[in-house]
Design a protein around this ligand. Structure first.
Ligand SMILES: [Fe+2]
Ligand SMILES: [Fe+2]
Length: 164
């Protein structure tokens, strides 16, 4: 469901984290996003923290560039982009083609729990481009695709921006 939100360019880190936290809390009311706290993504960073990081970095990049975005869709899409809901380090539970398949799985899981907009689906489905063939369609999805790669690198080296 589309929501209106205006983010000023001068938002502090604390304020932005609070906005992301509110969206995560809203998602937690009706879905399984709390489960993503128990699975690791990179290093000691959980999938939940990784998704919050990606939301944070995506917003910061838009704000630094002075480009407007559909903020709620950007944040929700980023928070749900790795909503595959299993431990990808565990061979018993991990999909054999996890790297390529998990965006579709995440979108399908997210669809079960939430009413997604077209842009939110775009963000989730295309965040692994160019590993997956289809490129993002919206600027928000392109930004999450970029932020995901930045966060994967920084988290692997022990830097986590957002602890919700
Ligand atoms: Fe992913
Ligand atoms: Fe990711």
């Amino acid at each position: 469901m589309k929501q209106e939100l205006v983010l000023p360019r001068t938002l502090t880190k604390r304020q932005l984290v609070a906005v992301i936290h509110r969206h995560a809390a809203q998602l937690a009311k009706t879905g399984r996003i709390a489960q993503t706290r128990k699975y690791y993504q990179h290093g000691d960073c959980s999938v939940f923290e990784h998704c919050a990081n990606v939301a944070y970095v995506s917003c910061v990049l838009f704000m630094k560039l002075g480009i407007e975005a559909d903020w709620p869709e950007l944040i929700r899409g980023a928070l749900l982009h790795d909503y595959f809901l299993y431990d990808w380090h565990d061979r018993k539970t991990c999909h054999p083609a996890h790297a390529v398949y998990h965006p579709t799985l995440a979108r399908n899981n997210a669809r079960m729990d939430y009413e997604l907009t077209e842009k939110e689906e775009d963000i989730i489905l295309h965040h692994m481009f160019p590993l997956t063939i289809m490129p993002p369609k919206s600027k928000e999805a392109w930004m999450v695709c970029l932020a995901d790669k930045i966060c994967a690198l920084t988290e692997t080296f022990g830097k986590v921006c957002v602890r919700l």
